[in-house]
Design a protein around this ligand. Structure first.
Ligand code: IMP
Length: 502
């Protein structure tokens, strides 16, 4: 057992069930953290989100596995449960099963899909296109996976659910028809304004066509479909250790995120109970994953943002040549290409005190290859934001934090950190967050914290971190009153520091 796992075993042993959630606006690297702690759990569970989520993990044979719906514990052959709170696109689910067979071999671990999960139809995509269209400038900038309509129509008691595809055809058409009838006037409007919309969206399938489409999957789906709350009830009774994988992040939680610029489900830790049907007393500890420099795609408040959202998002598209896949943030490994020169020039500006917000943003966007996994959109980057994290900690109540991409700060002499929010000239208390109509007026209060020269890419022992980096972490912990258990220093499995003996 590696040194990391020896330490983690001791730390995690008392917590039979662990909830892992994101603390910013998604893309914190939850997949990598889940992959690390997964070794200490038997069952892996999703409780919210759907096709909008995206994790890339690597199986033990080194092969890549991209998952949107199936929990990422699949890569380690753990039993997988897709809780009732998950939104399901059956085509995508079956594609993931096929991919898993290729990567892991024909014998997959047990995978459970809930018979009552809201079920995607092409109409959900059309409704989303319409809603974004009518919102105009105020649009959410969704991932386009029909997430809002799925969750919303379910709450309106209009959504089909997975298990209904096993009904006979007439019954299924009966289920689908009221939804179609309710949406038909919208579809008609949509076809009138169809111009800027995807032409494929203008053809509206009838309930009969949708019923046929869904029933096509029935045979393949059947072996996976069940009441997952009962599976979990039995797993808990058998004292199996369970890891609950959050999707998206607190800033995108529909209730406590930056509404209305949020996703539609429960991304906060409390969602683990709601989305699985397991009683509250099962949830002992939460690990909140925080990105050292938070990012955001889509629209909505982001108080510590370095640059203008639109510019940051299009920067990645307009300068694709500067971005690399997969990211190689190692400063030493810089060759003599355009990307290298670009990064060197931006770092020079930053360290000579001449950098503007745009320079900081471009430097970290390129260094971290900040582009969305599900949509490929550029991500806008923000400075470390203590008031936001204080809020996220207040709602999620994490026992520990995992701080990812800490290596991104290497070689930056002085690091601006947001330590407070001011609203109308008044400093807010830690953990206070204004309502959305005031969020845009919030002024971040900065402090400059000392950085370090050394490149910490790939450092995996706390003792090997430079002294200023250690001080930086302790200072952050003091502000947040929460232990930073894990510190990510690179994309590899072993590129992490476990600070267990703190
Ligand atoms: P939706 O989840 O597609 O409805 O999108 C709502 C908002 O959440 C948009 O701003 C999306 O960009 C954002 N979002 C949804 N899923 C993710 C994710 O996995 N990472 C980052 N942002 C996300």
């Amino acid at each position: 057992m590696s040194n990391h796992h020896q330490k983690l075993k001791k730390v995690l042993k008392p917590y039979r069930n662990l909830v892992v959630v994101g603390g910013n606006w998604g893309d914190e690297g939850k997949g990598k953290i889940i992959d690390l702690v997964m070794a200490h759990y038997d069952v892996t569970v999703r409780f919210s989100g759907g096709a909008n989520a995206g994790h890339t993990v690597y199986a033990t044979n080194g092969k890549k596995l991209v998952s949107h719906l199936i929990p990422c514990g699949l890569a380690q052959n753990k039993e997988c449960v897709m809780g009732r709170g998950e939104l399901v696109d059956l085509k995508l689910f079956l594609e993931e099963i096929e991919q898993a067979k290729k990567v892991l071999g024909k014998r997959l671990p047990p995978i459970h899909l809930d018979q009552m999960s809201p079920l995607w139809t092409p109409w959900h995509g059309l409704l989303e296109a319409w809603l974004e269209y009518v919102k105009g400038k105020g649009k959410v900038g969704t991932t386009g996976k029909g997430i809002g309509p799925l969750e919303g129509l379910y709450k309106l008691r209009m959504a089909p659910v997975v298990g209904q595809i096993f009904l006979d055809k007439n019954k299924l058409v009966e289920v689908l028809k009221p939804l179609y009838d309710a949406l038909l006037p919208i579809f008609k409007e949509l076809s009138k304004v169809g111009k800027g919309l995807d032409p494929s969206l203008r053809r509206v399938p009838t309930p009969l066509v949708v019923a046929d489409l869904l029933r096509e999957y029935a045979k393949q789906i059947k072996p996976f479909t069940t009441d997952t709350s009962f599976v979990l009830f039995k797993a808990a009774a058998d004292h199996r250790r369970m890891l609950f994988e959050g999707a998206q992040a607190l800033g995108l939680d529909s209730r406590f995120g930056t509404y209305p610029f949020v996703s539609s489900g429960n991304s906060a830790a409390f969602g683990a109970a709601e989305g699985t049907g397991l009683p509250m007393q099962n949830f002992g500890a939460t690990l909140m994953v925080v990105k050292t420099l938070p990012t955001r795609v889509g629209a909505g408040p982001f108080p510590s943002e370095m640059w203008t959202r639109d510019k940051a998002m299009s920067f990645a598209k307009d300068h694709l040549g500067l971005f690399v896949t997969p990211p190689t943030p190692s400063l030493e490994k810089r060759g003599k290409d355009r990307r290298v020169e670009f990064l060197a020039e931006k770092l020079r500006l930053i360290n000579s005190g001449q950098a503007k917000g745009a320079d900081y943003s471009q430097y970290f966007q390129v260094l971290g290859d900040e582009r969305g996994a599900t949509t490929g959109r550029g991500r806008s980057v923000g400075f470390i934001d203590i008031p936001w994290l204080a809020y996220a900690i207040r709602i999620n109540g994490p026992k520990w934090l995992a701080l990812t991409r800490f290596d991104m700060l290497s070689s930056v002499k002085t690091i601006p950190v947001v330590v407070g929010y001011k609203l109308n000239g008044k400093l807010l208390s830690p953990g206070q967050l204004p309502p959305p109509w005031d969020m845009e007026k919030v002024k971040p209060v900065f402090e400059n914290w000392t950085g370090w020269n050394e490149n910490i890419f790939g450092v995996n022992r706390g003792a090997n971190l430079p002294q200023p980096a250690k001080l930086f972490l302790s200072r952050l912990e003091k502000h947040l009153k929460t232990q930073i258990l894990l510190v990510g220093t690179g994309p590899g499995r072993e590129d992490i520091v476990v600070r267990a003996d703190k």
